[in-house]
Design a protein around this ligand. Sequence first.
Ligand SMILES: Nc1ncnc2c1ncn2[C@@H]1O[C@H](COP(=O)(O)OP(=O)(O)OP(=O)(O)O)[C@@H](O)[C@H]1O
Ligand SMILES: [Mg+2]
Length: 166
Amino acid sequence: MTGETIARCTESAAATEALAAALGATADGGELVVLTGELGAGKTCFVRGFVRGAGGVAGEVRSPSFTLLHTYGGTRTVHHFDVYFTPNFEDLRRADLLPVLAAGDVALLEWGERFAPQLPADRLTVTLEHVAPEVRRVSLLAGGPRTAAWLERALKAHDRPGRESA
Ligand SMILES: Nc1ncnc2c1ncn2[C@@H]1O[C@H](COP(=O)(O)OP(=O)(O)OP(=O)(O)O)[C@@H](O)[C@H]1O
Ligand SMILES: [Mg+2]
């Protein structure tokens, strides 16, 4: 699945959360997710579902625009960065992005594509696009083999009949 974009349409915020939750639930640790999409596309909504899937308390999730980073505990520790106001990669380095990944945590970056050249290639890029007020196209692109295997696991869990309805 490396290099191939997989697209799904979600017809509610809950459906976007459910897709993200499948990814959160199947992460092994060390994964990096870059979230792309215009204002209100659903990036924070995706993080909320992801945190829930990773066993954290998703009710708390809100955009960390002015604080750079929020961290959520769970089966996996999830770091939620919003780099919209982050001028350069040095700030992310200071926030220990790469060491937390090496330690087995998971990181999600809203607006992270800006730092693509400095980020590990084997990452998941999630692009959210408005289709209709309640509908989003969610495109998932694995940048390497490890992410591709994770994505395959997550989609299997998500598509399995009888999965959690959200
Ligand atoms: N299918 C859908 N998927 C995700 N969000 C949806 C969907 N349909 C409606 N919404 C609504 O769109 C909004 C998405 O807001 P959210 O804060 O997640 O966007 P964002 O991309 O993080 O924006 P920002 O760039 O301002 O941080 C929420 O109010 C959510 O309820
Ligand atoms: Mg946001």
